[in-house]
Structures are given as structure tokens and as C-alpha cells.
Design a protein around this ligand. Sequence first.
Ligand code: ADP
Ligand code: MN
Length: 207
Amino acid sequence: MTLNSSGRKRPNILITGTPGTGKTTTAAALAEVTELRHINVGDFANEENLTNGWDDTFDCYYINEDLVCDALENLMEEGGNIVDHHACDFFPECCFDCVVVLQTNSSVLHERFTKRYSYQLILTFLFVCISSIALLNMSRLFDCPRGYSDHKLATNSECQIFQVLLDKVKENYPDDILVILRSDFLEDITKNVETLTSWISNLSPAV
Ligand code: ADP
Ligand code: MN
């Protein structure tokens, strides 16, 4: 893989995958090692108020894709970004030098969502103490630590199984910048960060 003729000194990388596959964990770790800029698109859109209201079905904000693209234009032209987002079809093809699709076995993914961690139970308890509203949500939090609805879980699993996202990536980006990486276990994160770091170092020796 080589940098395209865009003139960027450092590469732009998209890390995509269905929710829970480890995009944010991987992107944050990669950013730390490479000193590239981690852009979590959902957080960015929320911070900059580039959203179109709340999506009750999927428990997240609708992102105003055009506004997000405009807001990120200069940074993307400059290069050196790790863009972390579950959707892959609203950035133009020329934005990225590498598109990473993380994939997790669907039963591992389901377990990841529903696993109970003691610290999450403690947080839930504190939350219940300080907010009566939390009482209404408690059963959902116990069932699903990330607060994902059954509908979202089901849809995420289906997405994973039918590889909807991968098909979309293939529609939007050329094969030669596409990298599919497994993200089933913690060791995979380390391995993936190493793989991507060495790819980035080969492209830009300064990193
Ligand atoms: P995403 O950004 O794709 O929604 P996150 O990075 O937020 O996913 O990870 C979701 C949860 O799964 C976190 O608790 C994280 O620690 C865990 N996780 C992510 N990737 C892995 C992995 N490869 N192995 C084990 N746990 C993982
Ligand atoms: Mn994330």
C-alpha cells in the first residue's frame, strides 16, 4: 500500500466495524503509539453539536454526516488521523489511505455486551442511589452493561453475521486499502496495533 497522490505527509486511517468490535480501544492504543490523532466520530459530533437528535431505536444520536465531513475537512487534508466510526460511507474515498475493518465472532461479541463486570454493578448501585430515573433503567443496565437495547443487540449480531458493513466498505473503498482484522481477544488488539504501527512506520519514517 502506498500513500495516494493527495500530498498528505501522514496517513489517514479509518477504523470501522460493528459496535463492540473494539474500534475505540484499538484506535486509542494506535494513536498512543503512533501519535496520530484519534477522532471518535460519535464523540466529535456530540461535542461539536453536529447531531440531528436522538435515535430511540438505536440509543444514539443521529450524526449529521455532511456537517461532520465539513468540520473534519481541514484535518483530513492535513493527514495523520485515525477515524473511529461504525459507518464507513460518508467520507469520500480519497480521505483514507487505509480502511481497517474489525471483526469479532458474533458469540464473543454478544458475550462482550452482556458480560457483568463488578465495577459496572457498583456504578449501577451508586447511580440508583443518586437518581430515581436510574431506577427505571436498572433492569436494562443489569442485562446489558452498555445499556444496549435487545433490538440493537439483535441488529448488531445480524450486521455481523451478514457482513453488511464489510459489503459497504467494499462498495466505498478500493480493495488495496482494505485491511480486515480479527478482534476476538485482548491479544488481538496488541497484535493489530503492532501490524498497523509497522504499516504506518513504513509509510512515514518520522512516526
Ligand atoms: P467499539 O468502539 O467498536 O464499540 P470498544 O473499543 O468500545 O468497541 O470496546 C467495547 C468493549 O469490548 C470494551 O469493554 C473493550 O474493552 C472490549 N473489547 C474490545 N476489543 C476487544 C478484544 N479484542 N478482546 C476483548 N475485549 C475487547
Ligand atoms: Mn467506540
